[in-house]
Design a binder for this molecule. Structure first.
Ligand code: ADP
Ligand code: ADP
Ligand code: ZN
Length: 228
């Protein structure tokens, strides 16, 4: 039985999970798995999965569990996830959380669940200013984390505003978060896996907090190994 590292990033939409996951990938040597990103890829390419997800995605509602769980199971079995993964946007309800426990049990289960704490009004500002690279999914913010030039800093791709980041859908997404996803805070707290991260801090400080809690839980990052 090999032990893999599985992190679950928890927090409202716009709390900064994707941004931190993208920074952590390299330090941990395991991939970010963002269910939102996988859905966007399938929407863009108009696959069967994309067609199925579209009506839910556009309204800011959850894509049915059966579809989402199967998709994550397949993604976790890919070769780049052989040492574990950083889960961003999954699980989003209790059924998904229980399914993930089942998928990871033979590898030692979930290791840690950083919970990003943030006020709703800040969350709303973050979501409405978010811009994403159409090509590589890197995340920017018009004011808090702008690109240096017109296009994406990494690949030059076009930056766009997600459909579901418009003010009309943001309220609904927050509502869905409180109703369906926030019970996971208690679920992981009871398992002793929850750690709080101050989501109101700048991006670099949040990353430092994350590296520190990982080290405190004996999860080694390239960053923590170099800094002592
Ligand atoms: P954010 O991080 O802003 O909440 P995501 O990119 O994680 O946005 O998700 C965008 C949309 O993709 C969600 O509103 C939902 O429609 C769909 N989605 C993402 N993850 C899941 C999931 N685990 N279960 C069901 N639907 C999901
Ligand atoms: P999530 O994955 O939780 O939905 P993102 O990582 O996509 O959140 O971040 C939402 C928006 O907020 C993006 O525009 C991102 O650039 C910006 N952002 C992320 N972290 C911070 C931070 N610590 N301070 C200010 N803005 C941030
Ligand atoms: Zn890019």
């Amino acid at each position: 039985m090999s032990d893999r590292i599985y992190l679950v990033l928890l927090g409202a939409p716009g709390a900064g999970k994707g941004t931190q996951a993208q920074l952590l990938e390299e330090k941990l040597g395991i991939p970010q798995i963002s269910t939102g990103e996988i859905f966007r890829y399938n929407l863009k390419n108009e696959t069967e999965l994309g067609k199925l997800a579209k009506s839910y995605y556009d309204k800011g509602e959850l894509v049915p569990d059966e579809v989402t769980i199967r998709m994550v199971e397949a993604r976790l079995a890919e070769e780049d996830a052989a040492r574990g993964a950083i889960l961003d946007g999954f699980p989003r309800n209790l059924l998904q959380a229980e399914a993930l426990d089942g998928m990871t049990a033979e590898f030692g289960g979930i290791d840690l669940v950083p919970m990003f704490q943030l006020e709703d009004d800040v969350v709303t500002m973050r979501i409405t200013g978010r811009r994403v690279c159409r090509n590589c999914d890197r995340v920017y913010h018009l004011t808090f984390n702008p690109a240096r030039g017109e296009g994406c800093d990494s690949c030059g791709g076009e930056l766009y505003q997600r459909n579901d980041d418009r003010p009309e859908t943001v309220q609904n997404r927050l509502y869905i978060y409180y109703k369906q996803t926030s019970p996971l805070i208690g679920y992981y707290f009871a398992k002793g896996l929850l750690v709080d991260i101050d989501g109101a801090k700048p991006i670099e400080e949040m990353q430092e907090q994350l590296v520190a809690v990982l080290a405190a839980n004996n999860i080694e990052t390239a960053g923590s190994a170099l800094s002592v």
